[in-house]
Design a protein around this ligand. Structure first.
Ligand SMILES: Cc1cc2nc3c(=O)[nH]c(=O)nc-3n(C[C@H](O)[C@H](O)[C@H](O)COP(=O)(O)OP(=O)(O)OC[C@H]3O[C@@H](n4cnc5c(N)ncnc54)[C@H](O)[C@@H]3O)c2cc1C
Length: 301
């Protein structure tokens, strides 16, 4: 069987793409190995009607909804190779199965590389987060940290100051703020600590203190940390699409990449805010764009 579309990645972007494709009677397989970056957290916020939902519960409900549509199925395995041969894409999974598809939607997300600070992974997703729009409300008005050792420090400090008046920015031994930025932050009551961090201290993921190499400590109850973002998926592939400066897949507003038949949506675009509702919206758009392309091909004279 030739699929109308192979959707790679089953987070909110891929799930919503598959839903719209299923409702459009398009033969679709959604491939997912269930390793989303938000697996470290138990609550997701900011999605109307879903505020506070457990991300795995959101996924379970979405998969249940997809099961109503006979043209959609889910393969719970990783895709490791995608090639275009003539006009069709060949999608190969880790188990060696190969599926042919007319169109591809990449919804594989990104993964973050956290700074090399001892115990940081214990706190990430529980009291240290990356996005204040996702998790700022839950830790509002507490003594918070922004941990950022690069150019993001100034921007993050300004944004996070919206949620607390007790904010310290930790640059982990680096001088990343200009004199003007120092002065401006101080004038708004934001403190700056440029010591090298030795460890994060706390129990069960809840931050209590930050300890420095000189053995001093500062009390903090949570905060935000700057991470590097990189593609979650690397394929052995003959696909050639353009990446943006951050390493995200570039698309137009219809989620089309510059390679014909290849669409991308959600975090994998590394462009703008990373949010469930935005990923889901882009997934819907990608599916509509796939439909538009298939309709054009059908009625081509
Ligand atoms: C700690 C934390 C808290 C967050 N909190 C919130 C919040 O409160 N509200 C909010 O809106 N957003 C939140 N986010 C962001 C949100 O999780 C992402 O924006 C959203 O998950 C992006 O959806 P996506 O579908 O693009 O990617 P993902 O959800 O990352 O899904 C990608 C899927 O593709 C799969 N995949 C990757 N490569 C392959 C492959 N080769 N083959 C098969 N499958 C593959 C992955 O395993 C994964 O299941 C948070 C993120 C983090 C890290």
């Amino acid at each position: 069987m030739i699929l109308d579309c192979a959707v790679i990645g089953g987070g909110p972007a891929g799930l919503n793409a598959a839903l719209v494709l299923g409702r459009s009677r398009r033969k679709t397989i959604l491939f997912d190995d269930n390793k989303p970056r938000n697996s470290v957290t138990s609550e997701s916020h900011g999605f109307i009607t879903r505020d506070g939902v457990n991300p795995q519960e959101l996924k379970r409900v979405a998969q249940e909804e997809l099961s109503r549509y006979p043209d959609v199925s889910i393969e719970k395995q990783r895709v490791h190779r995608i090639n275009k041969e003539n006009r069709l894409f060949q999608v190969e999974t880790e188990s060696g199965e190969v599926f042919s598809a007319k169109k591809i939607i990449l919804a594989t997300g990104f993964t973050e590389v956290l700074p090399d600070i001892p115990r940081v992974k214990e706190f990430y997703g529980k009291s240290l987060f990356s996005c204040p729009f996702c998790d700022g409300w839950e830790i509002r008005d507490r003594p918070l940290a922004v941990i950022a050792d690069d150019q993001k420090a100034f921007h993050m400090a300004k944004v996070v100051s919206n949620w607390t008046n007790d904010l310290i920015i930790f640059t982990n031994g680096n001088k990343v703020l200009s004199l003007e930025e120092h002065e401006l932050l101080k004038s708004k009551g934001i403190s700056i600590n440029e010591k090298k961090i030795a460890a994060l201290i706390g129990e069960e993921g809840m931050l209590e203190k930050i300890q420095f190499e000189d053995e001093t400590t500062v009390l903090r109850e949570g905060g935000f940390i700057a991470a590097e973002w990189k593609q979650a998926a690397t394929f052995h592939s003959s696909l050639e699409y353009t990446l943006n400066e951050q390493g995200g897949i570039e698309t137009d507003s219809w989620q089309r990449t510059n390679m014909e038949g290849v669409f991308a949506c959600g975090d994998t675009r590394i462009a703008g805010p990373s949010q469930l509702i935005i990923a889901a919206g882009e997934g819907s758009m990608a599916a509509i764009a796939v439909n538009a392309a298939l309709i054009e091909e059908k009625f081509k004279q």
